[in-house]
Design a protein around this ligand. Structure first.
Ligand SMILES: NC(=O)c1ccc[n+]([C@@H]2O[C@H](COP(=O)([O-])OP(=O)(O)OC[C@H]3O[C@@H](n4cnc5c(N)ncnc54)[C@H](O)[C@@H]3O)[C@@H](O)[C@H]2O)c1
Length: 453
C-alpha cells in the first residue's frame, strides 16, 4: 500500500511519521509545495519542534518515509491520499474574519483530479467546515477521467507539544464516510491502517458530516473551558479568591473533571480561534444567530483576557510603561512547540509597544526573525522590540518580567539573580500561573498571577 500526504506541516509531518513507524510495509510520501519546508524535513533541523519527533523521523526517513516537493508524483502513485493542508480563516470577501479559506483544499482537489489515473481514497485530515467533502467530491467528479474516488473525513485531534504521545495513544480515531458499500470499504481500509497500533474500540466511524462537525465542536468545547475559567479569573482578582484553588475544587467533581481548567493570559494556536469562528460562520449561514453568538463569546472572552493582562501590567507599573524595559519570557503559544500562530504573546507585546515600552522577548525555540515578523509584520522593524538569547539577558535592567509561555525552564530560573539585575521596584507577571507568587513576593518582587490577588 502507498500513502501520500499533501501538506508537510504540524499535522502532516508528525502523523505520517507515526504511520510510517507503525506500518513499515506501507510506503509513506509527504509532499508539500514549500521547498524549504521539505528541505528541512530532510535535514537534521526539522521544521517543527515537537518532543520525540526527531527520533521517529530518523527511524523511518529514507526507509518507508519520504519528504518531497513532487506533489503530482506522490498523488499518482498513492492508494490513499491524506489532505493536511492549511485552512486559515478567510481574510477577504464574503465570510472574511470568520469562514475557513478553502482555496488550498480546492486546489489540492483539482490537482488530484488532474493527475490521478487509478482509484483512490481521499482523506480529509485538515479541519474543514461541514459539507466540505461534498465540494471535494464535486470537483473530483467534474474533472476526473473515469477514476473512482472515495472521500473520507479523518480529523486530527493531536495537540502540539504532545503530538507524538497523542498520535501513539489517541483517545480516539474518528473516521467519517458515506454509508454506501464503497464508502464502507474505504472506511475499513483506513481503519485497518490505524488498527496496527490503535485498539479497535478507539476507532470510531460515523457519517461524513458528523465527523467533520465533531472536530470543530471538540475544539469549541476545549476553548470554551479555557474562556470559562479565564472569566472566573477576573472575578477571583476582584474578590480575593484564588483561581487555581477554585479550579481544583470544581475539577474534583467528576461531572466537570480537572483538565483544561488552568487560567492563563489566554489561548493561542492556529486552531481554537479559527475553528470556533468557522463554527460561528456555519451557524450564521444556517440561520441560527443565537448559537453563533454563544460560541463567538468564547473568542471575545479570550481577546478580553489578553488585553486585560497587558492593561494590568501598565497599571501596576504606575500607569505608564513608556520607555520602561519589559522582559517577555516565552513567545510560542504553548510550551514544547515552536509554533507562534495566534500566540497570546503577540498581542501582549503589541499592546506594550503601543504604550511605548521597550520590549525584550526570549523564547527557547522561536527564532528572532519569526518573533519580529509576528509582532511587527513582514519586513518591518522597531528599535523598541528586542530579542534576547536568555531569560537573564531579557530581564537585565527591566522594570518587569512577564511570563507568557509555560516553558519548564522558567520554573527553575534563579529569580534572586533576576531580581538583582532589575530596576526596582521590580514586578513579575505570571501569565500562566507556573510560579510560587508568595515566594517571589518574599524575595522582593511585586508579583502577580492570573486570578490571584
Ligand atoms: N496544528 C495543529 O495542532 C492541528 C491539529 C489538528 C488539526 N489541524 C488542522 O490540520 C490542517 C493543517 O494544519 P497545520 O498546522 O499542519 O498547517 P501548516 O500550515 O503547518 O501546514 C500546511 C502545509 O500545507 C502546504 N500546502 C498548502 N497547499 C498546498 C498544496 N496545494 N500543495 C502542497 N502543499 C500545500 C503548506 O505549504 C504547508 O506546509 C489545518 O486544517 C488545521 O486546522 C491542525
Amino acid at each position: 500500500m502507498k500513502i501520500c500526504c499533501i501538506g508537510a506541516g504540524y499535522v502532516g509531518g508528525p502523523t505520517m511519521a507515526m504511520i510510517a513507524n507503525k506500518a513499515p510495509d506501507i510506503e509513506v510520501r509527504v509532499v508539500d509545495m514549500n521547498a524549504s519546508r521539505i528541505a528541512a524535513w530532510n535535514s537534521d533541523m526539522l521544521p517543527i519542534y515537537e518532543p520525540g519527533l526527531d527520533e521517529i523521523v530518523r527511524k523511518a526517513r529514507g526507509r518507508n518515509l519520504h519528504f518531497t516537493t513532487d506533489v503530482r508524483g506522490g498523488i499518482e502513485s498513492a492508494d490513499i491520499i491524506f489532505v493536511a493542508v492549511n485552512t486559515p480563516t478567510k481574510s477577504y470577501g464574503v465570510g472574511a474574519g470568520r469562514a475557513a479559506d478553502l482555496r488550498f483544499i480546492e486546489s489540492v482537489a483539482r490537482t488530484i483530479a488532474e493527475v490521478a489515473t487509478t482509484s483512490k481514497i481521499i482523506v480529509e485530515k485538515s479541519t474543514i467546515p461541514v459539507k466540505t467533502a461534498e465540494t471535494i467530491k464535486e470537483i473530483l467528479a467534474a474533472n476526473a477521467r473515469g477514476v473512482k474516488f472515495e472521500v473520507l473525513s479523518n480529523p486530527e485531534f493531536l495537540a502540539e507539544g504532545t503530538a507524538m504521545a497523542d498520535l501513539h495513544e489517541p483517545d480516539r480515531v474518528l473516521i467519517g464516510g458515506e454509508r454506501t458499500p464503497g464508502g464502507e470499504a474505504a472506511i475499513k481500509v483506513l481503519a485497518d491502517v490505524y488498527a496496527r497500533w490503535v485498539p479497535r474500540d478507539r476507532i470510531i466511524t460515523t457519517n461524513l458530516w458528523s465527523s467533520e462537525l465533531s472536530k470543530l465542536v471538540a475544539n469549541a468545547f476545549l476553548a470554551q473551558r479555557i474562556s470559562s475559567i479565564n472569566s472566573i479569573s477576573a472575578l477571583c482578582e476582584a474578590t480575593g479568591a484564588d483561581v487555581d484553588e477554585v479550579a481544583n475544587a470544581i475539577g474534583k467533581d467528576s461531572r466537570i473533571g480537572s483538565k483544561f481548567l488552568k487560567a492563563s493570559v489566554g489561548f493561542g494556536g492556529s486552531c481554537f480561534q479559527k475553528d470556533i469562528l468557522n463554527l460561528v460562520y456555519l451557524c450564521e449561514h444556517f440561520g441560527i444567530p443565537e448559537v453563533a453568538a454563544y460560541w463567538e463569546s468564547v473568542v471575545k472572552m479570550n481577546d478580553w483576557q489578553k488585553r486585560r493582562f497587558a492593561t494590568k501590567i501598565v497599571r501596576v507599573l504606575f500607569n505608564s510603561v513608556s520607555d520602561k524595559k519589559i522582559a517577555v519570557l516565552g513567545f510560542a503559544f504553548k510550551k514544547d512547540t515552536n509554533d507562534t500562530r495566534e500566540s497570546a504573546a503577540i498581542s501582549v507585546c503589541r499592546d506594550l509597544l503601543a504604550e511605548q515600552a521597550k520590549v525584550m522577548v526570549y523564547d527557547p525555540k522561536v527564532p528572532a526573525d519569526e518573533i519580529r515578523r509576528d509582532i511587527l509584520g513582514v519586513g518591518k522593524d522597531d528599535p523598541r522590540l528586542m530579542v534576547a538569547t536568555s531569560a537573564y539577558e531579557a530581564a537585565k535592567n527591566a522594570h518587569a518580567v512577564v511570563i507568557v509561555t509555560e516553558w519548564d525552564e522558567f520554573k527553575t530560573l534563579d529569580y534572586e539573580k533576576i531580581l538583582a539585575s532589575m530596576v526596582k521596584p521590580a514586578a513579575i507577571f505570571d501569565g500562566r500561573n507556573i510560579l510560587d507568587l508568595a515566594k517571589l513576593k518574599e524575595m522582593g518582587f511585586r508579583a502577580y498571577g492570573i486570578g490571584k490577588c
